[in-house]
Structures are given as structure tokens and as C-alpha cells.
Design a protein around this ligand. Structure first.
Ligand SMILES: Nc1ncnc2c1ncn2[C@@H]1O[C@H](COP(=O)(O)OP(=O)(O)O)[C@@H](O)[C@H]1O
Ligand SMILES: [Mg+2]
Length: 323
């Protein structure tokens, strides 16, 4: 499979009053055409900043890409001007955010909002645009699109609003869709429907997807490969089957153990003791060592090397491979 996106040694820094947050610290991964890569990890480990960096949309002021390379197809995204990036956003890379309300304009009809990126990137004739909008609303299963296109976001349920966000994201047929916790705000049934819809749309359009989540259940359902992030770094990458069958990094294992199994739904979720480190001053050595049950003294001082465990399976752990 050809790589659509290649990210190498990406570093993101956020300047704050109390110091520089090293939100992403040397992250490398790729996404093949049409595949879904899951990025998983606890809150605060740099998932969202990674996603925003891919579109060069870091928070301002303060956020910057401090190093690394990002290539989309043949394009070097780090070399693009701001105007060139504006053309790429929405057309080649689109994003679905966690909270649909924050990405929808409350005073604009949903039809007009779906039309906006198509108009900006393709400048179609009016009737062509109208048809395209109805087709997109239909594609995301908005019932009677012609009747609903004039509705405003507050007239729709949460699930329908998130569908509209999906329609906006996919309206220009992007090559890469980044979905950042797209279903966190939805209840479980609506969440399952939305994920099934995303899968259908992906099958129909061939769009590649980066799905950011803290939920391994969603990963199992949606992803081909997974990158597990901890404290600004990827600690393990594997195809989904391998990751569930043979997790090698103690952090991955701890996350999987924290999953409620079907038989034990009523039991309290096991959580990992302790907190992720402060990314203004991350610890030396392995960043997970302070919370790791099997860490040795070397883990606290030595940067863990990348250990290849099988095709496409890499863990950054001093103990991986001999455990
Ligand atoms: N606007 C911001 N200003 C300063 N620090 C931020 C900002 N947003 C996020 N951070 C910090 O950057 C780190 C990574 O955050 P983020 O990428 O949002 O994590 P995740 O999406 O994995 O929950 C965290 O330490 C977080 O506190
Ligand atoms: Mg986030």
C-alpha cells in the first residue's frame, strides 16, 4: 500500500506563561491510502496537538511546530505558505472535532455550512452546488435533505449535528479525514450509529482516516492499525489484531487491562495509578517509568529504543522483546 501521509519526528511546543509545553516530542507514523490509523492514549498525551499540527492549525499565540516533517502524497506540508495550507485544509485534509456545536455556526443553516467548503474550493455553479449539498446531507443520512437544508444547528439532535459536521468534512472529498474523539459527546447508541456511518462513508469514498480516541472498543471496531501515545510520544505501533493479541509496552497493556470486559461490565474500571507527567518538564528515560509496574532502574535514565517485534509492530521499551 502506498503511504498517503508520512510524519517524521514531529515536535510541537506550546509557549505558556509557566513554561514551554512539549506537547508532541518526536512522533513518527504513516497512514496508507484508504486505511484507518487509531491514535490512542489518555487525555493530555498530545493526540489533539498532533492532529492540529498536521493541518498547521496549532493554538495561537504560543503553538508552533518545533521540528519534523509532514508529507501528504508528494507535498511537503512544512514548506507550504499559509495561503497554500488554507487550500489544503478542507480539500485534502478535513477534520471532525469532538464537540459538534463548536464546529458549527449557530446562525447559519446547515445547508449553507455544507456548501461553504465546496464553494471555496471548487467554485461550482449555483444549481450544481445545491445538488452537491443535498447529496452530502443524504450521504450522512439526514432524512429529507431538501427539507432540512434550511434548518439551523439548534433544530437538530446531537447525533444529527455530528452528521452535519461529517458532511462538511467530507464535502470536498478529502484524501485524509482526521476525527478527534468524534463520538465522545454522543450517547452510546448514537455513537455506534455514527461510527458505522463513518465506516460506510470511508468505504464509498476511499478516504484515509486518523481516528483519535481513548476508547479501545472503538479502535477494535474501526481501525486497521494503532499508535499508542503517552506523554507526547508514540510508545507502540501495531496492526489492531497484533496490538490486542500481543501488546508489548507496559502502557498499552495497562490500558487494555483497564478495559471493562463483556463479562465484567459491572465491575469498577481498573485505572492506571498516577498521572501522566507534566509536559513542561517530562521525566528522563522512559516517560511511563514512574507509573510502570515492571520498570527497572535503567528505565528511569535511558531513553527506550524502538524495538521491532514483528512486521509493523514496534514498541519503545527497554524490556520489550525479552518479556
Ligand atoms: N492551548 C494550550 N495551551 C497550552 N498547553 C496546552 C494547550 N492545549 C493543550 N495543551 C497541553 O498540551 C499537551 C497535549 O494536549 P492535547 O494534545 O490536547 O492532549 P490530548 O488530545 O491527548 O488529550 C497537554 O499537556 C496539554 O495540557
Ligand atoms: Mg484531545
Amino acid at each position: 500500500m502506498t503511504s498517503l501521509l508520512e510524519v517524521e519526528e514531529l515536535r510541537v511546543e506550546l509557549a505558556t506563561r509557566s513554561g514551554v509545553v512539549h506537547a508532541v516530542d518526536g512522533v513518527s507514523f504513516h497512514v496508507a491510502e484508504g486505511e484507518t490509523l487509531g491514535i490512542v492514549g489518555e487525555s493530555g498525551c498530545g493526540k489533539t496537538m498532533t492532529a492540529l499540527a498536521l493541518q498547521r492549525m496549532l493554538p495561537r499565540p504560543g503553538g508552533r511546530i518545533a521540528g519534523g516533517a509532514i508529507r501528504l502524497g508528494a507535498e511537503d506540508l512544512m514548506a507550504k505558505s499559509e495561503a497554500e495550507m488554507r487550500a489544503i485544509r478542507g480539500r485534502d485534509i478535513a477534520m471532525i472535532l469532538q464537540d459538534p456545536m463548536s464546529s458549527l455556526n449557530p446562525v447559519m443553516s446547515i445547508g449553507a455550512q455544507v456548501a461553504e467548503p465546496i464553494r471555496a474550493h471548487q467554485r461550482p455553479a449555483r444549481n450544481v452546488l445545491h445538488e452537491a449539498v443535498l447529496r452530502m446531507l443524504d450521504a450522512v443520512r439526514i432524512p429529507s435533505p431538501a427539507a432540512r437544508a434550511g434548518d439551523y444547528p439548534h433544530q437538530l439532535s446531537g447525533g444529527m449535528r455530528q452528521r452535519v459536521v461529517g458532511a462538511i468534512a467530507l464535502s470536498c472529498r478529502p484524501r485524509l479525514l482526521i476525527a478527534d474523539e468524534p463520538t465522545t459527546a454522543l450517547d452510546v447508541t448514537i455513537q455506534a450509529q455514527y461510527l458505522a456511518l463513518l465506516k460506510d462513508l470511508q468505504r464509498d469514498t476511499g478516504v484515509a482516516m486518523i481516528l483519535i480516541t481513548h476508547d479501545f472498543g472503538i479502535v477494535a471496531k474501526m481501525c486497521d492499525r494503532v499508535a499508542v501515545m503517552y506523554a507526547g510520544r508514540i510508545v507502540e505501533t501495531a496492526d489492531v489484531r497484533t496490538l490486542f493479541a500481543r501488546p508489548a509496552h507496559p502502557y498499552t497493556r495497562a490500558l487494555l487491562e483497564a478495559l471493562p470486559s463483556m463479562e465484567h461490565r459491572s465491575e469498577r474500571l481498573k485505572v492506571i495509578d498516577g498521572q501522566p507527567p507534566d509536559l513542561r518538564a517530562p521525566p528522563a528515560g522512559c516517560r511511563f517509568a514512574p507509573r510502570c509496574a515492571v520498570a527497572t532502574s535503567a528505565c528511569h535514565t535511558t531513553d527506550p529504543p524502538a524495538v521491532a517485534l514483528g512486521p509493523g509492530h514496534v514498541a519503545h521499551c527497554l524490556l520489550a522483546g525479552n518479556a
